[in-house]
Write a protein that binds this ligand. Structure first.
Ligand code: SF4
Ligand code: SF4
Length: 114
């Protein structure tokens, strides 16, 4: 499977919501709902865990990613992720890297190879 990199540098094809959706895996959906409820301090149900990835055109995307300001910004600029932005790394993405340092590594690598 080809790797899908989200606008923010997360790797969608390694994300449990993506994998549970792809494989129609009810157990993984349940487990992910439990883990993400803790992480997001929210009450997520297994039915909330559906996602075809950040770059999908199906419209089926996890609700937090659907309203993500970084994704919105990339879409407005018509770029597939922040690595292709002339303002990289802006304040918004830098703040996100504070929570997910691995995403910076991914986007820096895309920049090096583009
Ligand atoms: S867009 Fe979907 S697959 Fe990508 S990180 Fe967000 S929840 Fe996971
Ligand atoms: S301005 Fe920031 S959030 Fe928007 S596309 Fe550029 S790097 Fe990403």
């Amino acid at each position: 499977m080809e790797k899908m990199i989200a606008c923010c540098g997360l790797i969608c094809t390694e994300c449990n919501a993506f994998l549970a959706t792809l494989n129609n895996d009810a157990e993984l959906r349940k487990k992910t709902a439990k883990e993400w409820s803790k992480m997001h301090k929210a009450a997520l149900k297994p039915d909330d865990i559906f996602c075809d990835g950040c770059l999908t055109t199906t419209g089926r995307i996890f609700r937090y990613c659907k309203v993500c300001p970084i994704r919105k910004c990339c879409r407005e600029k018509n770029i597939s992720n922040c690595a292709y932005c002339s303002d990289y790394p802006c304040e918004k993405i830098t703040e996100f890297f504070g929570f997910v340092p691995a995403a910076k590594k991914v986007l820096d690598e895309v920049r090096q190879n583009k």
